[in-house]
Design a protein around this ligand. Structure first.
Ligand SMILES: Nc1ncnc2c1ncn2[C@@H]1O[C@H](COP(=O)(O)OP(=O)(O)O)[C@@H](O)[C@H]1O
Ligand SMILES: [Mg+2]
Length: 437
């Protein structure tokens, strides 16, 4: 056994002390075992072995370090009772259910547990090991994804702020224009009212004189003068218009504010049934300032069932796609001088809903088609794009809703982004209500 490089004095930790039959074979086996142990112990993820009944047989150092549970506590126990402090109510039953289920593997990205008085999050996979027809046991691999989750959230927040920042100036303008003419009109109506007051006062005096039986002749000139000075014909024609315009302006502002309010869905963290046509209409309204200079928007909305989703996040997806489309059309207009078109179409397709956002912009060149969903990939100058929009849109649509997000060339010119979402997505935590029942 000379030259066995693996034989690096690990025997003392093994059980190869009774090597009376064939010491060479035994020590080699032991060395191989120690080697494998060392190899496994270096895995930085949690690695837990279970027997076919779900009792813990292996518990690696990462499991000790991350979960804070010793092998002595865990070994021989059912996995769900191994000492991990599950945070979700009913988690033990759920884990037991995974092990009983026939599926070859189970993955959850979002398993909360408690460590040092803090809630942390595990991404966890349970894989069934099969020998022949029999279950030979299970391997649980897991990693603490708390920081990753926090970073993701921060990025998403940053991107949302960026989109909001991009829109804020436009929205301010959008609100300012109608408010400005409402103010102008109100000032005009104020002056008109003062003029009416003068006319009315003249009439009152004439009326008083008439009811006392005095002759009206002396009043006629005064009345005519008041009438003239007030420009009553003009007021009569213009005041109703000013009122109608003011109302329209106020309604425009109210609609925008309502759209923004609906758009934000403040405080909602669970999936809820949403009207996607309405969501798209709101996104269009909010993005109109980005769209209007270069494109006409058109909608072709099919009848849609309510879709169970994270409304605020799906809104963000729509807004990102519409803003990308607006930007593409604007860039193209700089070259051609012609306005473009942004078209939104929705359709129900069985248990799915498809949303198509098309533009007549410059299209996505072949060379970058595989990159546009990469985080931070952008072709836009610093300050106008961060390259996060599509990466986050895909994480939301695919990761959180089990949907799809793709794009295709839009005829000769431009791009169509297609979002599909299941009408009732697979349950995530508490079972969502079936919107079709
Ligand atoms: N509708 C579109 N038309 C043409 N190119 C697009 C379109 N949407 C996205 N792209 C391309 O994909 C890149 C990444 O988009 P995105 O992730 O939203 O980041 P950003 O808009 O900040 O650049 C864009 O820089 C652009 O090159
Ligand atoms: Mg973008």
């Amino acid at each position: 056994m000379s030259g066995s490089a693996e034989d690096w004095g690990r025997r003392e930790s093994g059980s190869a002390t009774s090597g009376d039959e064939d010491p060479t074979t035994n020590s080699r086996l032991e060395a191989a075992r120690a080697d494998a142990e060392l190899f496994l112990s270096c895995v930085p993820s949690i690695l837990i072995g279970l027997d076919p009944d779900g009792l813990v047989t292996r518990w690696n150092p990462a499991a000790v370090a991350i979960l804070g549970v010793s092998p002595e506590r865990a070994l021989g126990r059912a996995f769900e009772d191994s000492g991990i402090q599950w945070e979700k109510p009913g988690m033990k039953a759920e884990v037991a259910r995974w092990l009983r289920a026939a599926a070859p593997s189970f993955r959850s990205e979002d398993v909360p547990y408690r460590r040092d008085q803090k809630t942390r999050i595990l991404g966890l996979t349970v894989r069934r090991m099969v020998r022949g027809q029999e279950t030979a046991g299970f391997i649980v691999t897991a990693a603490d994804v708390t920081e990753v989750r926090a970073l993701e959230l921060e990025l998403r927040q940053a991107q949302r702020l960026e989109a909001v920042g991009q829109l804020a100036a436009g929205l301010a303008h959008e609100v300012n224009t109608p408010i400005q003419f409402v103010c102008d009109n109100l000032q005009f109506l104020g002056r008109a009212f003062a003029a009416w007051q003068v006319v009315l006062a003249a009439y009152e005096q004439a009326w008083g004189a008439a009811s006392e039986g005095m002759p009206l002749d002396p009043w006629q000139a005064a009345l005519a003068r008041a009438f003239d000075e007030a420009d009553v014909d003009y007021l009569r024609a213009e005041a109703p218009k000013a009122l109608a315009q003011s109302l329209a302006g106020a309604e425009q502002v109210a609609a925008l504010v309502r759209a923004m309010k609906e758009f934000a869905h403040p405080g909602r963290t669970e999936k809820a049934a949403a009207d996607l046509n309405r969501a798209l209409q709101n996104a269009l309204l909010i993005a109109q300032h980005e769209i209007n200079p270069a494109a006409d928007a058109e909608t072709d909305f099919g009848e849609l069932p309510p879709v169970v989703c994270h409304g605020a996040e799906i809104n963000q997806v729509f807004l990102n796609l519409i803003l990308n489309a607006a930007q593409a059309v604007r860039d193209r207009m700089k070259q051609t001088g012609r306005r473009g078109r942004i078209s939104l179409q929705t359709r129900r397709e069985g248990q799915w809903v498809a949303v198509r956002i098309s533009d007549t912009g410059g299209g996505i060149p072949e060379a970058i088609r595989s990159k546009v969903f990469d985080p931070f990939f952008t072709t836009k100058p610093v300050g106008s794009g961060s390259g996060q929009g599509l990466a986050i849109a895909r994480a939301i649509v695919v990761g959180k809703h089990g949907g799809t997000l793709n794009f295709e060339p839009n005829g000769m010119q431009g791009t169509t982004f297609v979002v599909t979402l299941p009408v009732s997505p697979a349950p995530e935590g508490p079972e969502p209500a079936d919107p079709n029942s």
